[in-house]
Structure formats: C-alpha cells, structure tokens
Ligand binder design. Structure first.
Ligand code: TYD
Length: 206
C-alpha cells in the first residue's frame, strides 16, 4: 500500500504519519515512512537547496526552476525508494507528493496547472498512491495552533497568509475534482482522534 499525506504546514500530518506507522507495526506490517522533497540522498540535497533558497530573501528562485527541483526529487524518490518498497510488499507512507506541487506551485505560485500535472506524471511514471490523505486545517487555524493563541496577523504574516490561503484553496479544489482519490480528515481533531479517524476511514475502503 502507498499512502500520501497532504496539508498545510502545522496541520498535524507528520504526527499522524508517525502514529499510523506505530499502529501498523503493532499489527505486524512492515512500514516505510518517507517525505518530499527528500527521501533519497539526491532528494535530500535538493531539499536542503530548496529550503535554503526559500529562506534567503536576497535571491528569488524562478517558479519554474522551483517546480523542476521538486519534480527531480520526486522522480528519484519514485525510482529509488517508492516503487521498490511497494514491490517488496512494504507499506509506504509519504509526507507530501504530487498534490503538493499542484497546491504550492500551481495554486500558490500560479504556474499553469496543466504544466504541473504533466510534470507530475512524468516524474512519477504514473505511480499513484492508493489514497491521498488531506489533513484539513486552514492556514489561520494552523497558525493559531503554532502560536497557541488567537491573535490577528500583522502585515507581513498576512502576505504569507495570502499565499498559504491559495495553497489551501488548491487542496480543496483538488479534493472536489477527484473525490475518489482523497480521504479528508478533520485537522482540528486531537492526534488520537485523528488516528482513529484515519483507521476508520481506511477500513471502510477495504
Ligand atoms: P517542510 O519543512 O517539509 O514543510 P512541511 O512540514 O509543511 O511539509 O518543507 C517542505 C516545503 O516544500 C513545504 O513548504 C511545502 C513545499 N513543497 C512544495 O512547494 N512543492 C512540492 O512539490 C513539495 C513536495 C513541497
């Protein structure tokens, strides 16, 4: 089985992945957790390049170059890790995948959706997850959770909010367009409830 977890930063997907891994291992399943960008030595190098460039205010990466780096990481990840693990019968849980490029590079950065879609299928050789799990929590709720308080955002934070709100909207659009590909979980649940909700919803598919 190949499952992908998507959502905004702070929605709780990483905790959920860890808890689900523990749950599956308790059932005797072999589980491999991985992430994008990253997941391979090449991917981790691209990840550190991407995340450093993002933090560097003096240098703005071209949106097309950014997309190609995410896709390069993805192609290597599919060939070197995801496909081989699936073939070995190992359950692969992946933190972000193709939908992140749609959400961030098309939704957030306004590249054309058809370009992102095409590059996604090229990079993955059409390797698709069984389900994409969307941990649904809006940007303001993610921020509130991070800050642990209920304050209004200042001007700079609001600029960032505009980008993240577009990313969030893209996730909602993706779910709406292909509901069968997605499992939507309520990100406001606590970690235990979220895990239960994932297990319950997946059991309904079997
Ligand atoms: P990370 O620290 O892993 O963020 P998170 O905890 O939210 O997953 O950094 C990954 C960043 O890369 C995150 O901001 C989302 C972004 N990203 C894209 O813009 N496009 C992509 O295709 C992928 C996989 C990630």
């Amino acid at each position: 089985m190949f499952l992908v977890f998507e959502g905004l930063d702070g929605c709780g997907k990483s905790t959920l992945i860890g808890n689900y891994k523990t749950h599956l291992e308790g059932l005797g399943r072999q589980v491999y957790v991985t992430r994008e960008p990253g997941g391979t030595p090449l991917g981790e190098e691209l990840r550190s390049t991407l995340l450093t460039i993002k933090k560097n205010a003096d240098f703005k990466i071209s949106p097309r170059a950014e997309l190609l780096l995410y896709e390069a990481s993805r192609a290597q990840h599919v060939d070197q890790v995801i496909m081989p693990k699936i073939k070995e019968g190992i359950t692969v849980l992946c933190d972000r995948f193709t939908a992140s490029s749609v959400a961030f590079q098309a939704g957030g950065r306004t590249l054309k959706l058809q370009d992102v879609d095409w590059l996604n299928s090229f990079a993955t050789s059409n390797c698709k997850p069984k389900k994409q799990v969307f941990v649904d929590l809006s940007y303001s709720d993610c921020q509130r959770r991070k800050l642990g308080m209920n304050q209004a955002l200042d001007r700079l934070e609001s600029e960032a909010a505009e980008f993240h709100n577009k990313v969030y909207q893209s996730y909602l659009d993706q779910v709406k367009q292909n509901p069968k590909d997605w499992l939507v979980l309520d990100g406001s649940l606590n970690p235990d409830e979220l895990l239960k909700s994932l297990i319950f919803n997946l059991s309904q598919l079997e």
